[in-house]
Design a binder for this molecule. Structure first.
Ligand code: CP
Ligand code: NVA
Length: 309
């Protein structure tokens, strides 16, 4: 049994194994419908319990289809309907019940400690479906999408992130270290990654570079990533923050600094950080990116349940 909480904690060779499995599975499903089960039903009889303490569209749907396509089933708990939320039941007791009834637990939470507390008490794997500090299933899936589009290992590519230093970027930084790819970050001076992330970058002698000029970050990029300037539950002066990011908008001019065949990726939902012209252009691969969540999360589930071939 393995947890999937942060990319930092997972060996690079395991992350690569997940991607290889996802590629094989995606190829095998070309003629199958959404709810058709993969040959061999590898997770037959397994229940994935999901709980979202914050909004979700893609993660919810893609995990639903992921476990179904592996022959298992899923149940989504509403946090406000559990005793846990009202303070009546402990994480320890909740975890005991989840472990007895389910085979894996996917949690999206605004509380980092909760993830670790659940990990402590669960005897089934826990998957982080987005926390304040990371979004690992998103980024592993995005690595898959980049390699699928570019038909090359990500270590051979120039990756750029233009936007806020948030949970998604933290996971991209971890991925850059695990997969050894160049990552240029473009963000305003006061919005750089936090101290711990900066220490992690330095400690690992990484290929991560930070610029306060978006043009420098976009230069020669094969892929440009972005995300909303205001994340869910971001407790900031929104107007002020949006103003600080004005120069960091992804538009035609900014993309002209990147390679000619540069593609644009965004985990979604989007805000105003990207021009409609770019978002709906052929350079934008955001729908393919969202679709791939299903394939990669299937292999993450198999990894967590020790069923990866
Ligand atoms: N990208 C992503 O995680 O989307 P949702 O918030 O809709 O799940
Ligand atoms: N950074 C965004 C990602 C949403 C999928 C957020 O946390 O709201």
């Amino acid at each position: 049994m393995k947890h999937f909480i942060n990319l930092q904690d997972i060996p690079a060779k395991d992350l690569r194994k997940i991607l290889i499995d996802a590629k094989k599975r995606k190829t095998l499903r070309k003629r199958l419908n959404n709810l058709d089960v993969d040959p061999g039903s590898p997770l037959k009889g397994n229940l994935l319990i999901q709980m979202f303490e914050k909004s979700s569209l893609r993660t919810r749907l893609s995990f639903y289809l992921a476990i179904k396509q592996l022959g298992g089933s899923t149940l989504t708990l509403r946090p406000d309907e559990l005793h846990l939320a009202k303070g009546g039941e402990s994480i320890a007791d909740t975890a005991k019940i989840l472990s007895n009834f389910g085979n894996a637990f996917m949690l999206r939470t605004d509380n980092e400690t909760k993830l670790n507390e659940f990990k402590k008490y669960l005897s089934i794997p826990i998957i982080n479906g987005l926390s304040p500090s990371s979004h690992p299933t998103q980024i592993l899936s995005d690595i898959f999408t980049v390699e699928e589009i570019k038909k090359r290992k990500i270590s051979k590519l120039n990756i750029s992130w233009i936007g806020d230093s948030n949970n998604v970027l933290n996971s991209l930084i971890a991925a850059s270290i695990k997969f050894s790819f160049k990552l240029k970050i473009g963000c305003p001076k006061n919005y750089q990654p936090n101290k711990n992330i900066m220490k992690y970058i330095k400690r690992n002698m990484s290929k991560v570079h930070i610029y306060n000029d978006p043009k420098k970050a976009a230069k020669d990029a094969d892929v440009i990533f972005s995300d909303k300037v205001i994340s869910m539950n971001d407790k900031v002066n929104k107007k002020k923050k949006l103003k600080h990011f004005k120069k960091f908008k992804i538009d035609k001019k900014l993309l002209s600094f990147a390679k000619k065949d540069c593609v644009f990726l965004h985990c979604l939902p989007r805000g105003k950080e990207v021009d409609e012209e770019i978002f709906s252009s052929r350079k934008s691969k955001v729908w393919q990116q969202a679709q791939n969540r299903i394939h990669v999360q299937k292999s993450i589930l198999l990894y967590c349940l020790n069923k990866l071939r």
